[in-house]
Design a protein around this ligand. Structure first.
Ligand SMILES: NC(=O)c1ccc[n+]([C@@H]2O[C@H](COP(=O)([O-])OP(=O)(O)OC[C@H]3O[C@@H](n4cnc5c(N)ncnc54)[C@H](OP(=O)(O)O)[C@@H]3O)[C@@H](O)[C@H]2O)c1
Length: 293
């Protein structure tokens, strides 16, 4: 039995879809969810639904019983994530799970020097807990989701004609979320991945300048990129009424990009999915091309 946590989220749903496409029968897949109402479509496919919450240790141990492989999708609640992940690893040990695949984040910088330490810290600790647990594992250090380009570029980029991010000429090797989920399904259905850590990123990295040029090219509307100082950027977001917690996160990601923390060109993903990942330019053509609404 393969159990996928975060099964109602964008990544978890795609991972289950690719497990099915890799010929894993629905009866051999469990979806861990907090709210079974959100999992009706999965139940209709014959997938076993297990209700548990990362905050509730007992529910996790119960959900993990009889599981052969765990796809541990990192939690989305940043404030409580560390305690949640500790619960998941402890519960996996108590339930006797023989193999864990964990979705971490790309890391090429020591956590204490990272502009996104708030995010990397929990991932690094979780990786360590998994290694210390003695459970055979595979760590998937996922790149930034390429799907977030429109959010970082600004939803109204075609009308403003500007991308404003304090990332300088730093690049990101972002990847489509669904290709990362496809890679996880491959790891879970093939051999040779135990006790390995993969950096899952694109073969090509892009800067915001590259993104602006690509949007201009495919949309026919001129888009330019401006990189203010981080403090200036924060002030402009504040003036625009962006909530403080988002201001910090947006700025941190761009500063990390400026420092090269999001730029790891690597072919591990290509090897796992058996083709080159979708490039940022291809994705931009899909989203901003003249034939798109
Ligand atoms: N690489 C990147 O760029 C990137 C970007 C964003 C996120 N991430 C990480 O990757 C993970 C998966 O991404 P995603 O896009 O699928 O995120 P998502 O769509 O927000 O899904 C998060 C999933 O985690 C579940 N979850 C949250 N808190 C939980 C808890 N306390 N107990 C049990 N389940 C809980 C959610 O359940 P509900 O449906 O009940 O809320 C949902 O199924 C995220 O959680 C985050 O750690 C990575």
């Amino acid at each position: 039995m393969i159990l996928v946590t975060g099964a109602t989220g964008g990544y978890g749903q795609k991972a289950i879809q690719y497990l099915l496409e890799n010929n894993v029968p629905a009866s051999s897949i469990s979806a861990m969810v907090r709210n079974p109402e959100k999992a009706k479509d999965l139940a209709e496919k014959g997938i076993d639904i297990r209700v548990a919450d990362y905050m509730d240790y007992t529910s996790l141990v119960k959900a993990f019983l009889g599981v052969d492989k765990l796809l541990f999708v990192s939690g989305s609640e940043v404030q409580t994530r560390e305690a949640q992940h500790r619960n998941v690893v402890n519960a996996a040990v108590e339930a006797g799970i023989p193999y864990v695949v964990y979705t971490s984040f790309l890391r090429n910088t020591p956590v204490e020097e990272s502009a996104i330490a708030f995010l990397q810290d929990t991932h690094a600790k979780t990786e360590e807990w998994i290694r210390e647990s003695g459970i055979p594992y595979t760590i998937l250090q996922n790149a930034l989701y390429m799907d977030s380009i429109p959010m970082f570029a600004g939803q109204d980029v075609l009308s403003t004609g500007q991308i404003i991010q304090p990332a300088g000429s730093g690049k990101s090797s972002a990847v489509l979320r669904e290709e990362l989920a496809e890679a996880a399904a491959r790891v879970l259905t093939s051999e040779g991945h135990k006790n390995k850590t993969y950096m899952l990123s694109n073969n090509e990295s892009v800067s915001y300048g590259d993104i602006a040029a690509a949007i201009s090219e495919v949309s026919g509307k001129e888009v330019t990129y401006h990189s203010p100082e981080p403090e200036e950027f924060k002030s402009s977001l504040k003036e625009a009424g962006v909530p403080p917690e988002y201001i910090g996160i947006f700025t941190a990601f761009s500063v990390a990009q400026a420092k090269g923390e999001l730029d790891v060109e690597d072919d591990s993903l290509e090897k796992l999915i058996g083709r080159k990942p979708v490039t940022a330019k291809e994705y931009i053509a899909q989203v901003y091309g003249k034939n798109q609404s």
